[in-house]
Design a protein around this ligand. Sequence first.
Ligand SMILES: C[S@@+](CC[C@H](N)C(=O)[O-])C[C@H]1O[C@@H](n2cnc3c(N)ncnc32)[C@H](O)[C@@H]1O
Length: 514
Amino acid sequence: MGLTTEVLPLAELEGAIQRRARHLGAHYTPQPLAERAVAGALGPLCRGLSAEGLLRLRVLDPAVGSGRFLLAALGFLDAATGRPGRFRKAIASRCLFGIDVDPAAAALARRALAEASGCEPAALEGQIAVGDSLLDDVGSLVGAEGFDAVVTNPPWISFSGRQAGALGHGARRRLAERFRSFRRWPTTHGAFLELAARLLRPGGRAALVLPLQVCHLPGYEAARAAARERCRFEPPPEPLGEGCFAGVVQPAAIVYLAAPAAAGVAAAAAAAAELEAPQPAIGNPQSAIEGAILRLMRRHQPAPPGAFRDPGVHTGNSAELLLRDEPGEGLVPIREGRCVRPFRLGPPRRWLAASTELPAGHYCRVGPPSVYLGARILVRQTASRPIAARHVEPAHFRNSILACYGVPGLDDAALVGLLNSTLLGFYHRCCQPDSGQRAFPQVKVGHLQSLPIARDADALTPLVARIEALAARGGDGGRELSEALGRLDSLVFRLYGLDAEQAGYVRAKMSGRA
Ligand SMILES: C[S@@+](CC[C@H](N)C(=O)[O-])C[C@H]1O[C@@H](n2cnc3c(N)ncnc32)[C@H](O)[C@@H]1O
């Protein structure tokens, strides 16, 4: 269905376009948030500029949607001239540029800017273009190169994992060729961060609304590194919390970039500071007691590299060809995340056609049987804290499960006891900013690899065996199980050297009482 962008009121059109373009990541930013991001990027650029100087600035939104960032830029530049209203037309027709892959969105942005500035929409035709900012040449689309500011909330689409968006092979290859962030972890928002850094002219600034994870997850390091090659992350990202606009449940942040003033890209790279993640509790303890507990725990070393891994079967775009609900010839049992409970591994509920030849255009990842059958402990991935069980009756498992191949010098049962303990759950919650999010919290290999693991924990082994037996009875295991879990927690507190007050604090915090 086409949308008539001249007739309907703007707000109605925005709603209709967003509903129709969900697959393009169309979730328009609330105007106050767009204004905040734009002020962060344009503020330092506009300081001390005359109206003439302001009119020479070029501001681009490469995923313009209905034009909310450009409207915010129009308002900001207009106010900065000191003569509000006088230069609005000139600002719109000289300073503002936008691109959207959705022609209806681009038309809407043109109309919104025209209404706000008094320009004719046709006068903005060249500047607000239809095109693919990631795959087309931005300069030829909007007739300008090198921007003083890039401001945007790009589409947040991930092309891997269980929520993966669809992407043809050709586009995947071309995106990987153009964006090094895409090779490591294919997402549109990672590629837009890299693009923004490339499009800035010396001294330019960018502000992007991005998932908070981009600031700290190891998977986004390639995107951060690509941006750092040209820019500094300055000022530090501003966390926005969860649900900061409709259609978005994960925590977001405004991420700022500043390109060095001289053409000193190498100097920028040398001076490039690490993208500052919003400080986990260790650097900014919510209380002195929390800081003291984390310091005590950090006296213990993490597991050696490779102890935890992520080899789970990734069905890619071929789940229907690979998975069955019933056993059969040539099929092997496969577990998924929900099979992993604390101290108890449920039986596989699905079966995998592990040696299926996939037709052209299909992809998946299935490793050799030894990586599955050799895992000694399984950890659930979609969870707000580690949940682990010994890998009894070994089978294949999907990528909703992480594998542990053991820690030298530590009994597997004791390790399961540590991983499921309230104290290690507390450590994870304090140190992983995303663990508290309501939507899809995930435990990652990097998180597990950074947990401090007490090696002298063999005293836990008999108690863990008892807990496993109680947990295997099903239900919630009754009073006996909860008493045994309480004893386990007390032993773990002692192992890490917590006193009674600290242990009480951890218990209260993890049960939501602190
Ligand atoms: C999250 S919306 C944001 C729109 C606007 N910047 C705002 O914040 O209100 C993302 C927009 O990017 C557009 N888009 C998606 N992929 C794109 C691409 N490769 N190039 C240009 N625009 C794209 C979508 O059509 C959508 O309008």
